[in-house]
Design a protein around this ligand. Structure first.
Ligand SMILES: Cc1cc2nc3c(=O)[nH]c(=O)nc-3n(C[C@H](O)[C@H](O)[C@H](O)COP(=O)(O)OP(=O)(O)OC[C@H]3O[C@@H](n4cnc5c(N)ncnc54)[C@H](O)[C@@H]3O)c2cc1C
Length: 468
């Protein structure tokens, strides 16, 4: 039974809320409708169970293309699909929008708002969130990009920065222009690299011709990285190719550089203060809150970034009823003797493994004995217009061919036909015609105040989580 404690009454979820819920069947609860959660339910197939998918958002998000929403290349609807639509033909799947705030591990109950939901099988796929390494106050000035609303906030701030530079020029405040036209991207993993190239492309290829009096082509993009190379998770060859391409674009790369402070007027990098009104955080992630709830509840140590260490079959501790998949899981990759990377493929494969394992139990089939094994299909990152780098085993490609592979792979993995058509159309528009699809500043994301400085309307999204 799914119980609503409001007013002390218990309502049977089966009536009238959801005709798909049948009393007496086992409950499979999946928390998180990202790559891991969706793949789990798809693999579960049709089993004699009530499947409940809970997510605080109403959509599944294709995070690898968030930076294109943040730079106006893609519309948000191209990379986000309502969870209800994904499972509209599955009468056995109930979708609930809500934030899971507590897990009662002893009683096997998930708490969502005022609801209590008992589970027979629980799959936790809530992923990770931005990590400011103890400086959550920086989130106000340097938003991260883990959710759609964060990407829309970044888009508004980036576009607003050009508008503020134009206003400063019109006012004659020429000293203010450089800080508006300087973008600091912190973290040179795939997100930071892709975003830096895309901001340059936005400025040089698209906006420069639209701002008649302002020299937008002077836009500076500074990419700050604490390590000794960009794209550290890829091969040195791809890293070097990405560096060359970024530098050819004019992106300034600062390696071995630590950010020590971020304020509304700029970023302190070692001894250097970079005056910038638009820093963007792409420097790290940590487990979402349910991770700590599971590890502390089961008395096990958390993994790197608070991730949940999982057994080879993705269960946790001695609990055969709890599985953790995707970015939230800290799973060992026997092939590389390292961790399974926090990438979409890892989440999809873990979700499918967990779904299959639960289906076997529910169908009374023998338990799967083979442990989860991650299959690395390769890595890709794009840098600006028509350029990308690719690692696939011994193969390393860069340039236009890698970009074609990147485009095909991303089109293939977009969740539905409409998103694919929308993305292809937008890419043609952006890369061939050099036009943006959605260069709109949405009023609720940024406001400007009298002195031209920026006030985040939703300041202090400190944990990096998104509830909007
Ligand atoms: C900007 C960016 C770029 C990336 N680029 C690439 C790339 O190029 N290639 C690649 O392979 N990977 C990339 N990744 C990583 C990839 O997106 C992740 O590995 C993948 O999304 C992990 O899937 P997941 O299902 O574990 O979590 P997610 O996809 O993050 O899904 C987690 C879901 O859980 C929900 N949730 C969280 N907490 C709660 C809660 N308490 N209650 C209810 N719901 C909750 C969230 O709303 C979300 O829908 C990128 C990630 C980002 C952020």
């Amino acid at each position: 039974m799914i119980a609503d404690r409001r007013g002390g009454r218990l309502h049977d979820m089966a009536h009238p809320v959801d005709k798909g819920y049948i009393e007496g069947r086992p409950n499979v609860i999946v928390i998180g409708g990202g790559f891991g959660g969706v793949s789990c339910i798809r693999k579960l197939g049709r089993v004699d169970a009530n499947i409940v998918l809970i997510d605080r958002q109403n959509h599944s998000l294709f995070q690898p293309l968030l930076y294109q929403v943040a730079t106006g290349v893609l519309a948000d609807s191209a990379i986000a699909t309502p969870l209800r639509r994904i499972f509209d033909r599955r009468r056995d799947v109930t979708v609930l929008r809500g934030e899971v705030d507590r897990l009662d591990l002893d009683r096997r109950i998930v708490h969502v708002d005022d609801l209590e939901m008992p589970w027979d099988h629980l799959v936790v796929a809530t992923g990770v969130e931005n990590n400011y390494f103890g400086r959550d106050d920086w989130a106000e000035y340097a938003p991260g990009m883990k959710s759609l609303s964060q990407a829309l906030k970044v888009r508004s701030r980036v576009l607003n920065a050009f508008e503020q530079a134009e206003l400063a020029r019109a006012r004659g405040d020429h000293d203010e222009i450089p800080s508006w036209l300087t973008f600091v991207v912190i973290g040179a993993g795939a997100t930071g690299v892709e975003l830096s190239g895309a901001i340059k492309q936005l400025a040089v290829d698209r906006l420069a011709s639209e701002f008649k009096n302002l020299d937008v082509a002077r836009t500076r993009v500074v990419l700050v990285e604490g390590g000794d190379r960009v794209l550290a998770s890829m091969s040195r060859k791809s890293s070097a190719a990405a560096t060359r391409t970024l530098e050819a674009y004019g992106v300034e790369i600062r390696l071995g550089s630590m950010v020590t402070n971020i304020t509304e007027s700029g970023v302190q990098v070692g001894d250097e203060f970079i005056a910038s009104r638009t820093p963007i955080w792409a420097a790290g992630v940590k487990a979402t809150g349910l991770g700590a709830m599971i590890t502390s509840g089961l008395g096990i140590d958390g993994g790197p970034g608070g991730r949940v260490p999982v057994n080879p079959d993705l269960t946790v501790g001695d609990r055969a009823d709890i599985r953790v998949v995707g970015d939230l899981a800290s799973s060992h990759n026997a092939k590389t003797d390292g961790p399974v990377p926090g990438v979409a493929q890892g989440a999809i494969q873990m979700g499918a493994y967990a779904g299959d394992a639960i289906a076997r139990v529910l169908k009374g089939r023998p338990k799967r004995t083979k442990p989860f094994q991650y299959f690395d299909k390769g890595s890709l990152a794009t840098i600006g217009r028509g350029k990308a780098v690719l690692d696939a085993g011994p193969v390393h490609l860069s340039g236009f061919i890698a970009w074609i592979v990147w485009a095909i792979v991303h089109i293939t993995f977009l969740i539905n036909f409409r998103s694919r058509i929308s993305a292809m159309w937008s890419w043609a528009w952006a890369y061939v015609l050099q036009n943006g699809v959605n260069e709109i500043i949405t009023g609720h994301d940024v406001e400007t105040v009298g002195d031209g400085s920026i006030t985040p309307a939703t300041a202090g999204n400190a944990s990096g989580t998104d509830h909007g």
